[in-house]
Every structure is written in C-alpha cells, then in structure tokens.
Design a protein around this ligand. Structure first.
Ligand code: HEM
Length: 134
C-alpha cells in the first residue's frame, strides 16, 4: 500500500473528482451490500451533482447547493454496516488512484459526513463515536 500510494499524485482538479465519483458509481448496482439502494437512481443526474458536492467539499467551489442528508432519510433499512461498506468502497477507489493532502481530506470528510448521517438516522455505533470523538 505504501508503495502504491507513492506512485499516485494528489487530486487537484474537477476532472480528478469526476474520476473518483464515476468509479464509485460505475458498478454500484452490483455491490451486494449497498447496490440495491441505487436501483431507482438516475445516474445521469446523480453523478454531476456528486461531482459538484465533492468539489465544494474539497476545493470550496460552492458549486453544490443542496441538502445532502435529505435523500438518505428516505432510504429504508440503511444501517451502520451499509456505511462501513460505503466508506470502504469510497476510500479504496481514492487510494487506487490518488495520494496526497486533498485525497486524505476527501476521505476524512467522507468519514465525518458518514458519522453525521448515521447519527441523524439513529444508527451510529457506539465504537464509531468513541473512535471519532473519544
Ligand atoms: C450506505 C450509505 C449511502 C447510501 C446507500 C447512499 C445512497 C444515496 C441515494 C440513493 C441518494 C439519492 C440519489 C437520487 O435519487 O438523487 C443519495 C444522494 C446523495 N448522497 Fe448518498 N448514500 C450513502 C452515503 C453517503 C455519504 C456518506 C455521503 C457523503 C459523504 C453521501 C452523499 C450524497 C449526496 C451529496 C447526495 C445528493 C443529495 C442531493 O440530492 O442533493 N451519501 N445517496
């Protein structure tokens, strides 16, 4: 892993963010844990929205003006295992392609937002609270 990350450069452009977002959703339907949640999602609309979201988070572009949590409140049965899988998938997709401060920031912001979402959904595990804030 150490060697792999040394050969990658950091994520610096909107195109880099698009690479990550597209890879994340590319075959999401086949993911045995979280794929089904995306069955009815219009990816043509979702992917550009998520590129805006992540550019706003990592580069402070202000291109996303939505309510990120809102859609998740309607997903029945969403639990901590799903978030673990979401984060593993997201982090490996970044690590396989990029390495540097922005890549690290994207992963840590994802963990932070996932914690907030789980807290709002009432599915946050005690040990995850301890790990983050303990
Ligand atoms: C297991 C965890 C997750 C599942 C199953 C999930 C699933 C979804 C689904 C189904 C949508 C609605 C798509 C649509 O029809 O427009 C959505 C939207 C979105 N998700 Fe997630 N999500 C998860 C975790 C996360 C996390 C951790 C983040 C951020 C770090 C995130 C960021 C977003 C954003 C920004 C939107 C767009 C909201 C909008 O409409 O403005 N999601 N997600």
């Amino acid at each position: 892993m150490e060697n792999a990350s040394e050969s990658h450069s950091d994520l610096t452009t909107r195109e880099d963010v698009r690479t990550v977002v597209q890879a994340f959703y590319h075959d999401i339907a086949e993911d045995p844990s979280i794929g089904a949640f995306f069955d009815d999602v219009d990816m043509q609309a979702h992917v550009p929205k998520l590129v805006d979201f992540w550019c706003s988070v990592v580069f402070q572009t202000g291109t996303y003006r939505g309510r990120p949590f809102h859609a998740h409140a309607a997903l029945n049965g969403l639990n901590a295992d799903h978030f673990t899988r979401w984060l593993d998938r997201f982090e490996s997709i970044i690590d396989e392609r990029f390495a540097g401060p922005n890549a690290e920031q994207m992963k840590s912001r994802a963990r932070h937002i996932a914690t907030i979402f789980q807290s709002k959904l009432g599915v946050l595990r005690d040990e995850d609270v301890a790990e983050r804030f303990g």
